[in-house]
Design a protein around this ligand. Structure first.
Ligand code: GTQ
Length: 346
């Protein structure tokens, strides 16, 4: 007998009985467990910096960086309340440090990236080397490296923190440790890593101590100049504009194992074509103004805004000025597992 049977009540009674032994029927859940395409709870969203900034500065009156350890407002995806996540795998937050403050040294298995949003003359230290940060600079804190932050500025300094916190939580492999020294000693002069790894040279006996880039700071001035030069000598990609990825110069691969980071120039008047990929992506506007069009939804962005495009969500860009967007996603993880897909639509 191969005909479907109408025995709802019998089935429900059966489900009840097996549930007492922690058993559930796959056939009721199969299409959700093995979806035809990604069905993310993550939704598109934009945080306007001019709306967030006053609240972020207000937090500076309520708690010190030292007490908070990290004084950050988390950008939580509205489709995933309570998750502290901006996509299923990624975290984003805006961190504030005020003049003279220190954020004490600690380390954790989560990898962090920073994209400086506002202010200069704050530094971050990674395993004994400091780098002073300027708007648009991209900085990484590899897994299990000691890091502390401090400010010698005379005004607020704000950066976007991107971490793989939800991914590490999902895999249950999070460890963290506070450094007994709040501000550990500086072991190497500023610029040491840039000299060793950032000049298309590599120390001849270089042995990596972790899988992230040994070049932990990528100054905006250099990326911006590269984008400017390549935009003068070639047309933008019809989907992406002039899109570059931040690499680990010792491998040519992604700067971090778990997060990919990208920067693009969309020239004034650029109207891109529709695109989607399986890596839900966080965007930070460094310069310019325009919109990200997702079907009938439009995210209108300006300088310093943050927005998120979920996995497999068709989107395109249109800009009214020369625009530079930073973005990050879990693409290296998906690629390493042969799961990443993209589609250029027209
Ligand atoms: O700077 O170490 O936004 O550990 C969240 C967790 C920043 C950091 C965050 C962190 C950090």
């Amino acid at each position: 007998m191969n005909q479907p049977v109408d025995n709802r009540a019998a089935r429900d009674e059966y489900y009840h009985r097996i549930a007492t032994k922690q058993l559930t029927p796959l056939w009721e859940a199969l299409s959700a467990l093995v979806p035809e395409r990604p069905r993310s709870p993550c939704v598109p969203h934009l945080w306007r910096y001019d709306e967030v900034r006053p609240w972020l500065l207000e937090s500076g009156q309520l708690i010190t960086a030292r007490e908070a350890v990290r004084r950050v407002l988390i950008l939580e995806n509205p489709g995933m309340p309570g998750s502290s996540a901006i996509t299923q795998a990624l975290y984003a937050g805006l961190q504030l440090i005020l003049p003279g403050e220190v954020a004490p040294s600690h380390r954790h298995t989560q990898t962090a990236l920073r994209l400086i949003v506002e202010g200069s003359r704050a530094y971050t230290a990674v395993d004994g080397e400091r780098v002073h940060m300027h708007p648009g600079d991209f900085i990484i804190t590899p897994s299990w490296t000691w890091h502390d932050h401090g400010s010698e500025a005379d005004g607020p300094v704000v950066w976007l923190d991107g971490l793989d916190i939800p991914l590490v939580r999902f895999l249950d492999c999070g460890f963290a440790e506070n450094n007994p020294q709040e501000t550990p000693p500086v072991l190497r002069p500023e610029g040491d890593a840039a000299a060793r790894f950032g000049a298309n040279l590599l120390p001849v006996d270089f042995v990596p101590s972790h899988s992230s880039s040994p070049m932990f700071a990528y100054p905006y001035a250099r990326s911006r100049e590269a984008l400017d030069r390549l935009s003068r000598s070639g047309d933008p990609d019809a989907w992406h504009g002039h899109l570059m990825q931040f690499i680990n110069p010792s491998t040519g691969g992604s700067a971090m194992a778990t997060m990919g980071a990208f920067i693009r120039l969309l020239p004034r008047g650029f109207a891109g074509r529709d695109y989607r990929s399986t890596d839900g992506t966080v965007f930070q506007v460094i310069e310019g103004r325009g919109e990200c069009v997702l079907g009938d939804q439009r995210l209108a962005f300006g300088p310093r805004d943050t927005f998120v495009v979920p996995s497999w969500t068709t989107h395109r860009f249109a800009v009214s000025e020369d625009t530079v967007l930073f973005s990050y996603s879990d693409r290296p993880v998906q690629r390493a597992l042969s799961l990443w897909r993209e589609q250029r639509l027209d």
